[in-house]
Design a protein around this ligand. Structure first.
Ligand code: FAD
Length: 397
């Protein structure tokens, strides 16, 4: 299948050449040359005012209807019948976006015997729940989950699909986007709506976290994004919320699958899981040696906190990778984040700056961490932390 070109209509204006993201088109004099590598993205078709270019029928991305039939969808991630925290976070954000677009927000719930989770999804902000239950959906399998979401999206045609950029979301959502022939922005940290064209503005860190890129999906449908866990705030729970639970047929999952679930192996245990921690004590290169993390652990034990780390500390082998916070680690949003001997590089900040209250200890008054800190302590962490521990112990008798 290739791009259709009506040479008799072409004015050789060159607009298609300018917009082609792959440099496939060029003008030789008045003649448009279509080179190799066209993936039928449709950018040229859209700008061509005289309709000299067209996509072959039944190929190319799904076109966007003016007002798509269904609203905003949030994939409700659950494991073993327990909803992942990112689900409520995305339902809060999805509801905000849906209200701007004046459409409903739906939670999409897959599993086996998980219908009892529907009230929690309605309480967290969903107007309705699409529910698919099948033995093949009991444990997470990319193949089955992707097939189910693709089928559901084809049937009900949502305008936007959001999922957590968790292990699960990252693993199967790209398959869904590919099957629906639409775009996907991974790992978003902010969303907004451009109302008139009904575009989802999908913002994520790019180029090593040095810039924030805002990405749109103007030509294909639905608009899909995964979002970092811990960035968005859930709505206050509305226990009395009610809504429709729509069960979908799952007969298509009865066909033999290419993969089957064997077991889950838990690899590394964190002392207190970072994702669920209300208080995080994080250490960086300023700790000087791995054994000094014991100081942070002592403070963490007193506060029931989790211990986090910068990549510098992890790379030095002072603490294991599951503790890393930042662009290539975890994103956290605790009530209190205490950064000890961490400079505040952009790649670290992107993983913790949505914390409710940030306290930074650093001996360099110009350290960038102070720009995001609510309270900054300029001084030596080896003096401040033992004093803090002593004070807490004394306070508790
Ligand atoms: C693609 C990419 C991805 C990355 N991903 C991540 C990521 O996920 N997470 C992450 O953290 N980084 C990440 N980084 C690395 C990041 O750029 C920084 O190098 C790193 O965060 C620095 O860690 P740090 O603040 O512990 O060390 P440093 O920048 O060396 O800062 C140490 C700080 O400790 C202070 N200090 C020293 N001694 C004391 C003391 N006694 N008392 C108090 N303060 C003291 C110093 O003043 C200094 O500010 C990434 C980089 C790249 C290029």
């Amino acid at each position: 299948m290739s791009l259709i070109f009506y040479s008799e209509k072409c004015l050789a204006c060159g607009q298609c050449v300018e917009v082609c993201p792959f440099g496939v088109l060029k003008l030789e004099g008045e003649t448009l040359i279509i080179g190799d590598g066209c993936n039928l993205c449709g950018a040229c078709v859209e700008v061509c005012e005289v309709e000299a270019l067209a996509l072959p029928a039944a190929t190319g991305p799904s076109p966007r209807p003016a007002v798509p039939p269904d609203g905003v969808w949030v994939f409700a991630e659950q494991r073993g019948g327990v909803l992942a925290p990112v689900t409520a976070e995305l339902l809060g954000e999805g509801r905000r976006l849906a209200e701007e677009l004046q459409v409903p927000v739906a939670a999409v719930l897959f599993g086996e015997k998980v219908a009892h989770l529907s009230p929690a999804l309605l309480a967290a902000g969903a107007h309705k729940v699409y529910l698919a239950e099948h033995p093949r959906l009991q444990d997470f399998l990319e193949e089955s989950y992707a097939a189910a979401l693709t089928e559901l999206a084809r049937q009900f045609r949502p305008e936007i699909i959001l999922a957590g950029a968790t292990y699960t979301g990252r693993a199967f959502i790209p398959r869904v986007a590919a099957a629906l022939k639409t775009g996907l922005t991974a790992d978003c940290t902010a969303f907004a709506i451009d109302l008139e064209p009904r575009l989802l503005l999908q913002t994520r860190p790019a180029f090593g976290g040095n810039i924030m890129a805002t990405i749109i999906t103007p030509r294909t449908f639905p608009q899909m994004a995964t979002a970092r866990p811990g960035v968005f705030k859930p709505r206050p729970l509305e226990a009395s919320a009610t809504g429709e639970v729509i069960r979908m047929g799952t007969a298509f999952l009865d066909a033999p699958a290419r993969s089957r679930f064997v077991a889950t192996v838990e690899e590394i245990k964190e002392r207190v899981p970072l994702g669920a921690a209300e208080v995080i004590i994080a250490g960086g290169r300023g700790l000087k040696e791995g054994k000094n993390f014991r100081l942070l652990e002592e403070l963490a034990d007193l506060l029931g906190a989790a211990v986090g780390a910068s990549r510098a500390a992890v790379d030095a082998g002072w603490i294991s990778y599951p503790h890393q916070i930042g662009q290539t680690g975890k994103t956290v949003g605790p009530r209190l984040y205490l950064a000890c001997g961490i400079s505040g590089a952009a790649q670290h900040l992107v993983g913790m700056q949505s914390s409710d209250f940030i306290v930074a200890i650093n001996k360099d008054p110009k350290a960038p961490i102070f720009q995001v800190a609510d309270v900054g302590l300029v001084g030596d962490l080896f003096e401040i932390i033992p004093a803090l521990i002593q004070e807490i112990k004394r306070d508790r008798g």
